[in-house]
Design a protein around this ligand. Sequence first.
Ligand SMILES: Cc1cc2nc3c(=O)[nH]c(=O)nc-3n(C[C@H](O)[C@H](O)[C@H](O)COP(=O)(O)OP(=O)(O)OC[C@H]3O[C@@H](n4cnc5c(N)ncnc54)[C@H](O)[C@@H]3O)c2cc1C
Length: 333
Amino acid sequence: MSFVWTIAEQYEGRLRGVSFELLSRGRALADELGTKLASVVIGHGVTEESLTELIHRGADEVYSIQDPRLADFVSESYSRILADLVETYQPAIILAAATSSGRTLMPYVAIKVNTGLTADCTELAIEEGTGNLLQTRPAIGGNIMATIKTPDHRPQMSTVRPKSSRPLPADSTRVGKIVEVPVEDRYIDERVRVLGYRTDEEDFANIEEADVVIAGGKGMKKADNFSMLRKIADHFDGVVGASRDAVDRGWIGYPHQIGLSGKTISPRLYIGAGISGSIQHLAGIKTSETIVSINNDPDASIHKVADFGIVGDLFEVLPELQRRLNELPREAQ
Ligand SMILES: Cc1cc2nc3c(=O)[nH]c(=O)nc-3n(C[C@H](O)[C@H](O)[C@H](O)COP(=O)(O)OP(=O)(O)OC[C@H]3O[C@@H](n4cnc5c(N)ncnc54)[C@H](O)[C@@H]3O)c2cc1C
């Protein structure tokens, strides 16, 4: 029986939330196909309790591959392991997160196992009759949704946007199997050694995983004004995003860019200030749960996609928003 697989992500031994989101996607597909769902965990220091949580949240089996040499994500080593596992177990479908590591790892694996890969899917379904995976993602600047199939090769591989699904509630009565996969020396690429991480905000802007993104565009006028956005983002434990125009002007770093040539985000709340709403920018925010636009042009395109459109001068609206947030008790923010 060919299983559906999800690739869990860990950092310093802790599973990332996206690992559980993927399981809810995988569970639906496995049920539809009448097969089992397995989750693959590569890393170091992931506890038995965390591995069991994967079972509680939908997995039937967990393949755990752990070694101190795998503590850091190294695509060369991780892809060797995955390619080997694919050869051994022949899964039908592999889902990974469309995060920096998922986006790096999956193309490596797809090449090694000679199959296709659809990046950044927002919808997944099973085609009636054939059982093929239907992989849907925005295309042509977000103007159309394209559905892609991999009919002739296996496994069918997709990366799935973080925050595009919710984890299943943990069910402690679910039982499953944890398989410890031995680590072979040939898996480890000794040429690559992680010396450390840069953790300054510019390079580590995790806007893809943030629940709240406050973005600024050309209407912000200058770099200093982005501090207004940062203060509001801090209220929500959110992060600051930007249009390409703001990034091109050097007001904020590229990791903050949202859109076609930047990042795709799916926060619970997106606020765009001084952003016109070009097709390319909208491509990156379409799956946001709630969109708020602040723009003094009533005809700005961003107002058309917004759940709440504020027509006004951002230099009046943002301070007022900040003032109201300051008045709220912390737990209500
Ligand atoms: C191949 C390609 C890829 C691209 N990729 C991206 C991408 O990934 N992301 C992206 O964002 N763009 C991208 N672009 C660029 C895109 O086409 C737009 O040029 C860009 O999004 C415009 O940025 P903006 O909204 O900040 O600026 P503008 O379009 O100039 O809009 C500024 C807005 O601010 C408003 N404003 C001005 N002053 C105030 C004020 N005081 N108060 C309130 N509102 C005010 C104005 O009314 C205006 O609507 C791409 C373009 C191409 C061709």
